[in-house]
Design a protein around this ligand. Structure first.
Ligand SMILES: [Zn+2]
Length: 151
């Protein structure tokens, strides 16, 4: 299931479903993997996954900007299994219209690779909205939601 050229493997995670775990040491600043997938307009993504109010949001969508959304459920790779954490060791980096997962700390073998999803909703990030996007990362600094801090 995992591409062995990658420095991590995908297996069950205590956070949620699957997660990515380092199979060799990864130095801070390393470009680990592209967040690959089908490129859609936001309108096409919305049509594919109409939001059901009150339901927990769960897709592999990642917005690059106002015009392009990547759907990793189609032609995606192992990057889609990386979980969110409020105390991440990776970050999602936008570079020339593509999304990359870069290490922001030195990562040891066996450590789970996590980054801050920092979702931004079109609506205000009210307590109710945050409840629809809960976080169970367990970090001391956990903010209780995978939504971005701002707004
Ligand atoms: Zn958290």
């Amino acid at each position: 299931m995992t591409d062995t050229s990658l420095p991590f493997e995908v297996r069950h995670s205590p956070i949620q479903g699957f997660g990515g775990y380092a199979t060799r040491p990864i130095a801070a600043g390393t470009r680990i993997v592209e967040y690959a997938g089908e490129r859609l307009t936001p309108e096409a993504a919305e049509a594919r996954y109409p939001d059901v109010i009150g339901e927990r949001h769960h897709t592999y969508l990642f917005a690059i900007d106002d015009e392009v959304v990547v759907d990793a459920a189609v032609n995606g790779n192992e990057a889609r299994f990386l979980n969110h954490s409020c105390a991440p060791n990776c970050d999602a980096v936008f570079d020339d219209g593509r999304i990359w997962i870069d290490a922001i700390h030195d990562i040891e073998v066996g450590e789970e690779l996590v980054y801050d999803y920092a979702y931004i909703l079109p609506e205000r990030h009210t307590p109710a909205a945050k409840k629809r996007f809960p976080c169970f990362c367990g970090a001391i600094t956990c903010r209780g939601t995978i939504l971005a801090k701002k707004r």
